[in-house]
Design a protein around this ligand. Structure first.
Ligand SMILES: C[S@@+](CC[C@H](N)C(=O)[O-])C[C@H]1O[C@@H](n2cnc3c(N)ncnc32)[C@H](O)[C@@H]1O
Length: 253
């Protein structure tokens, strides 16, 4: 990412060290679409955030993701809800979920359904969703992609999928602390507190998915953006679940 000299000079140093996770970390980006917004990571990297896109209408890549959805879909970390809206317009049952009350307000204002909830809290329709979406870097939520994918696995039906936006190959898996820095059009700089976050690329996703008990049948692209569609592997035909074997139990090894 390239920062303008003025913006780069004014930006705070990337975060270091740990403080509590902040569910309001994205507040400035949800409050105002304009200005410039970055995520500053504790490894020194800065990611420019396409916040204008979040607040705008569904873009062409949204259509590519929506075209893969064939049933009730949960848009996790929905932000202002453009994907939830695109799904709704396509005729799907779609629900956005976000820890930010502002994100939920904005999504509802667009005419889509959203609930104010942490993805790790109890959610409606657990185990029945056809798809769960983790767009716009949301694989970072909670700072532990294996735990997040494990949670998404609980949310989908057995044949459901989790569609995840990924970094291009090369970045691998990174976990650490991040904070949002926002520069308004009139030069005001706002920084959030730090929160746990992660980044995951289109190669490392295979190992991370496996650790969460999933596979990645397909990695696909929409323009410059990368995505993976993850599923729970189907047991080989005739395989008997461990808990059903004679004398066996789910815990007996
Ligand atoms: C990178 S932004 C994604 C923006 C969004 N996908 C969009 O299109 O506008 C991350 C979003 O995830 C939300 N979020 C962060 N932690 C969350 C959690 N534990 N559960 C649900 N949402 C969360 C944030 O409030 C924020 O709206």
């Amino acid at each position: 990412m390239t920062l303008g000299a003025r913006a780069a000079g004014e930006l705070p140093a990337p975060v270091a060290g740990g403080v509590a996770t902040r569910p309001d970390g994205f507040a400035a980006a949800l409050d105002r679409a304009r200005g410039r917004h970055w995520l500053l990571h504790s490894d020194g990297r800065r990611s420019s955030l396409p916040v204008g896109r979040w607040h705008g209408p569904p873009e062409p890549a949204s259509a590519v993701v929506v075209a893969r959805c064939a049933g009730p879909t949960l848009d996790v970390g929905c932000g202002p809800g453009r994907l939830t809206l695109a799904l709704t317009r396509a005729g799907h049952t779609a629900v956005g979920v976000d820890v930010s009350a502002q994100a939920v307000r904005l999504t509802r204002r667009r005419g889509a359904v959203a609930i104010h909830r942490d993805v790790f809290a109890r959610l409606p329709g657990e185990g029945h969703w056809a798809h769960v979406l983790l767009m716009d870097g949301n694989i970072g939520i909670g700072g532990d992609p294996v735990a997040l994918l494990g949670r998404c696995r609980e949310l989908i039906r057995p044949e459901g999928t989790v569609i995840v936006e990924l970094e291009p190959p090369g970045a691998g898996l990174w976990r650490g602390r991040s904070r949002l820095a926002s520069l308004s059009a009139d030069g005001e700089l706002r920084r959030s507190g730090t929160f746990s976050w992660a980044r995951l690329d289109a190669v490392a996703v295979h190992d991370v998915a496996a650790a969460a008990g999933m596979v990645v049948p397909e990695v696909f692209r929409a323009g410059r953006r990368w995505f993976g569609e993850l599923a729970v592997p189907v047991p080989p035909e005739g395989a008997v679940p461990r808990a059903c074997r004679r004398g066996g139990s789910a815990r007996s090894g």
